[in-house]
Design a protein around this ligand. Structure first.
Ligand code: FAD
Ligand code: NAP
Length: 339
């Protein structure tokens, strides 16, 4: 068990922000994790768990013990005529898992290509893109309870997945460390999700002879690379806010003043409004404040132009929230986990 002191977390978060972890340890299996949890309990250290750091905004030094998940391994654990169940260690890079499934022509994760981060954080917010969420192929996960070190399995129902939500962001927040995730994938893919956003037109540009999960993945990668800043070049954590969901009646009244307001109807008489549009209309697209700002192509992405602090990014986020609230009466909620 190796624990380092006063470690800069700059290489461990995609905003590229410098804060220090008082103590820092990586773990590669469940036993190592349990032993670190026992040690932290003895020392009365609070715990912080970090995967790829692509969905966190670090605004202050982290006291206690920061745990970095490095549990690796991807294996097919069972199959039937139609499906194969794939188990992945929580410390695997998410996109590596997607590529592994594409190599075997196992379908279900292709629309989620190139999402940064590790497998273990994917259930935290039920990652989603281009009309697919992990809940669509999720079977179960294994997690270690922080207080006791006990291993527990969570079914699809137990995870209570919602739009960028799960039980781990609410009732069980800060209580479990996810160690493995199991997905149920199609062995001979016949389900293709192509109706969303720019996928259809990008596939058309690719002049395919046959639709495949590999082609969908390539289309998604092409769109993402053209629209989103690469965190290695420009620090960011993807969409900073969730797309707000409002009552249909409220939307209709807003629509009277904003007839062009983009919107997507949801069940239960609710409507999703793209947060990017609200931010742009509020005058914040591409705006820079000191070393932070919103991205020129995608205002939902807040960026660190170099040298920003987490507190400055958080201040910018709050200014944007206030501007949107002022203009539309809508409260934007952060998607990124603010520490
Ligand atoms: P981290 O940032 O390390 O952690 C996120 C949260 O989960 C933290 O609260 C952390 O404490 C907790 N956590 C991490 N690992 C574990 C674990 N093993 N057990 C328990 N808790 C844990 N997200 C989408 O949904 N869709 C997208 O299309 C998308 N695109 C993105 C594009 C860019 C350019 C970027 C930078 C981010 C994007 N994201 C997207 C957000 C992010 O990539 C995902 O949320 C990803 O799953 C975060 O993984 P991570 O390992 O980096 O998590
Ligand atoms: P986009 O395609 O320009 O669409 C803008 C917004 O409208 C999206 O956020 C999306 O909501 C919504 N939308 C578009 N078409 C829709 C449809 N047919 N049905 C329902 N909602 C629809 O979005 P983008 O910014 O380029 O992102 C593309 C995809 O990648 C989106 O799914 C987005 O969530 C995901 N993404 C996520 C992050 C992140 O950090 N979370 C970062 C980059 C991209 P949804 O967000 O609900 O899909």
């Amino acid at each position: 068990m190796s624990i380092q002191q006063q470690v800069s977390l700059r290489p461990f978060n995609t905003f590229g922000l410098h804060v220090e972890a008082e103590n820092f340890a990586a773990f590669t299996n469940v036993e190592e994790l349990q032993s670190l949890l026992r040690h932290a309990k003895e020392k009365k250290w609070p715990l912080f768990i970090l995967g790829g750091g692509s969905n966190v905004l670090l605004t202050q030094d982290v006291p206690g013990l920061t745990l970095h998940n490095q549990i690796k391994g991807i294996t097919a654990i069972k199959e039937d005529d139609r499906y194969v169940w794939v188990k992945a260690g929580a410390g695997e890079v998410w996109h590596d898992l997607v590529l592994w499934t594409l190599d075997r022509n196992w379908g279900g994760l292709e629309n989620l290509s190139l999402i940064p981060g590790y497998v273990g954080a994917a259930p935290m917010q039920n990652i989603g893109a281009y009309g697919v969420e992990i809940k669509d192929t999720f079977d179960h996960l294994e997690a270690v309870e922080m207080a006791t070190g006990a291993v527990r399995s969570f079914s699809l129902e137990a995870c209570q997945f919602g739009y960028r939500e799960s039980v781990f962001k609410h009732e069980l927040k800060g209580q479990y460390i996810i160690t493995h995730v199991v997905f149920r994938l199609e062995k001979e893919p016949t389900t293709f999700h192509t109706s969303y956003g720019a996928i259809q037109s990008t596939l058309a540009d690719m002049a395919l002879t046959e639709l495949s999960i590999q082609a969908i993945s390539k289309a998604v990668i092409r769109i993402r690379q053209s629209k989103l800043p690469d965190p290695k070049v420009l620090g960011n954590a993807g969409s900073f806010f969730k797309n707000p969901v409002i009552a249909d009646s409220r939307f209709r009244s807003l629509q009277k003043n904003y007839p062009d307001m983009p919107h997507y109807p949801l069940p239960d008489e609710e409507v999703k409004i793209p947060a990017a549009w609200l931010i742009e209309q509020s005058g914040w697209k591409g705006k820079r404040v000191g070393a932070t700002g919103t991205h020129v192509k995608q205002p939902l992405v807040l960026v660190n132009y170099g040298g920003a602090t987490g507190a400055e990014v958080w201040q910018l986020a709050q200014q944007i929230q206030a501007a949107v609230k002022d203009a539309f009466g809508i409260q934007l909620e952060p998607e990124v986990n603010v520490w």
